[in-house]
Design a protein around this ligand. Structure first.
Ligand code: SF4
Length: 378
C-alpha cells in the first residue's frame, strides 16, 4: 500500500504537481476514490503507451473524447454554444440520437485506441437515462460529467455513491444574479444544492464556468473561490465565452461579452495564481493550450462526438466527415479533416480570440469544403 501510494504520488507529480496536491487529500477523505485513482493511474499509463503505438502506425489518437450524449436540455441559456453549434435542440430533442449500445461500442473502441478519459456534455447529460450505467460499465476510465445540476434525482445520488471514476462539474456563472441572468430564474440555487449533494455523497465535485465580461471580475475575487472550496469543490473549469451564430461559425453580435486582450491576460494571471495555491484543480481555456503548442482540437488533445454520432474537431466546430453509427472511430480519427486542421499550424493559433477555429472562419470553411465535410446538427 505504501509503495502504491508513493507511486501514485510520484506519477501524479510527473503529470502535474497540482494533481497530487489537490486530489490526494480528497482521495484520503473518500477512500473509494483512492482505489479508483489507482485503477485510473493504471489506465492512464497503458493508454499513453497505446497512443504512442497508434502514432507509430500513423494514427493520432487524443487522450480525451468529448461526448455530447444528448441534444436535449431543460434550460435555455443565453449564448448556449451547444445550441449555436446545432448540438442542442431544446428539451424534446429532434435528431435521432445514438443508442446506449452504440455509445458503449464507441467508448470501447476509444479505450482500445488509447483514449484515457471522456468528457460527457450535451445538452444536459442527466436527461439521458443510461448515463451513470454507461460510466459504471467502464470503471477504469475517467468520466467528467458537465451538468447544469438542475435535474439530479435521489436514485442518481445513490448510484454515484458506488462510482469512483466520475467527476461531476456543475455549471455556475457566478453569484445568483449573474447566473440566473444567463441561465434562468432559480437555476443558481438548484445548481448550488446539487454541488452540496454531490459533495455529500463523496463524488469528486467541480464547477464549470463560462467566462464573460459580465462575470470575470466575480471569479477574480478569491473569496468566491474560497467559498466554493469550502463547499467541497475540487475542480474549476474556466472556459472563456465564444460568441457563435448558429451553423455558420461566423462572428455574432455578442462579441461584447468577450474579454479584451488586457482583461484576458489579467484573468489568466489570476488563474495561474489560484492553480498553485488553491485546493481546487484549475483548468483554463484559452490559456492551457499553450502547454500543448496551441489549440488541442482535431485529435491533438480531444475530439468530439455529437448526439447523433458525428465526429467533429471540437464541441464548438460543427463540421464532420464521418458518423460513428456507420464508421469505426479509428477510421474517423484518421480522416482528412483532422489531418488538414492539424497540418495548418496557424489554424491552431487563437490570434487574440478565445478559440482558434473560431478565429479563422473562412479558412476553416474552405478546408471543410476541400475535404468534403458536412455541417452537423441541422
Ligand atoms: S444547460 Fe448547457 S446545453 Fe443547456 S441551454 Fe444551458 S448552456 Fe446550453
Amino acid at each position: 500500500m505504501e509503495n502504491d501510494a508513493a507511486s501514485l504520488i510520484r506519477n501524479a507529480n510527473n503529470l502535474d504537481p497540482n494533481l497530487a496536491r489537490v486530489f490526494l487529500p480528497f482521495a484520503l477523505g473518500n477512500p473509494r476514490y483512492l482505489k479508483g485513482f489507482f485503477s485510473l493511474l493504471g489506465t492512464h499509463i497503458k493508454a499513453k503507451r497505446r497512443r504512442e503505438e497508434m502514432l507509430r502506425s500513423g494514427l493520432v489518437v487524443p487522450p480525451f473524447l468529448i461526448i455530447s450524449i444528448t441534444s436535449r436540455c431543460n434550460l435555455n441559456c443565453a449564448g448556449c454554444f451547444a445550441k449555436a453549434a446545432g448540438t442542442v435542440s431544446g428539451s424534446t430533442g429532434s435528431r435521432k440520437e445514438l443508442s446506449f449500445g452504440q455509445w458503449k461500442s464507441i467508448i470501447r473502441q476509444a479505450k482500445d485506441l488509447g483514449i484515457f478519459g471522456f468528457v460527457i456534455a450535451g445538452g444536459e447529460p442527466f436527461m439521458h437515462s443510461g448515463l451513470l450505467e454507461l460510466c459504471g460499465g467502464f470503471k477504469d476510465s475517467l468520466f467528467i460529467i458537465l451538468t447544469n445540476g438542475t435535474l439530479l434525482k435521489e436514485q442518481q445520488y445513490e448510484k454515484l455513491k458506488s462510482l469512483s471514476n466520475i467527476a461531476a462539474l456543475v455549471s455556475i456563472e457566478g453569484g445568483r444574479e449573474i447566473n440566473d441572468e444567463r441561465r434562468g430564474k432559480g437555476v443558481h440555487d438548484k445548481a448550488m444544492e446539487a454541488l452540496l449533494r454531490l459533495n455529500a455523497c463523496g463524488t469528486l465535485t467541480g464547477i464549470s464556468v463560462t467566462i464573460t465580461r459580465d462575470n470575470y471580475l466575480f471569479w477574480m475575487d478569491e473569496k468566491n473561490i474560497d467559498e466554493l472550496a469550502g463547499k467541497g469543490v475540487r475542480i474549476g473549469a474556466f472556459m472563456e465565452y465564444i460568441p457563435t451564430t448558429p451553423g455558420n461559425g461566423h462572428a455574432s453580435n455578442d462579441h461584447g461579452l468577450m474579454l479584451d486582450e488586457h482583461e484576458r491576460s489579467e484573468f489568466r494571471a489570476r488563474m495561474l495564481e489560484y492553480r498553485n495555491k488553491k485546493p481546487i484543480y484549475i483548468i483554463h481555456s484559452p490559456g492551457d493550450e499553450e502547454y500543448f503548442g496551441g489549440c488541442v482540437s482535431a485529435g491533438r488533445g480531444f475530439a468530439h462526438v455529437t448526439p447523433s454520432g458525428d465526429l467533429t474537431p471540437c464541441p464548438v466546430s460543427n463540421i464532420a466527415t464521418h458518423n460513428l453509427a456507420r464508421t469505426k472511430l479509428s477510421t474517423a480519427l484518421g480522416g482528412r479533416l483532422f489531418k488538414e486542421i492539424r497540418k495548418n499550424d496557424h489554424l491552431l493559433e487563437s490570434d487574440g480570440m478565445p478559440c482558434a477555429l473560431f478565429a479563422h472562419p473562412e479558412e476553416v470553411n474552405e478546408l471543410a469544403r476541400s475535404v468534403g465535410a458536412y455541417r452537423t446538427g441541422s
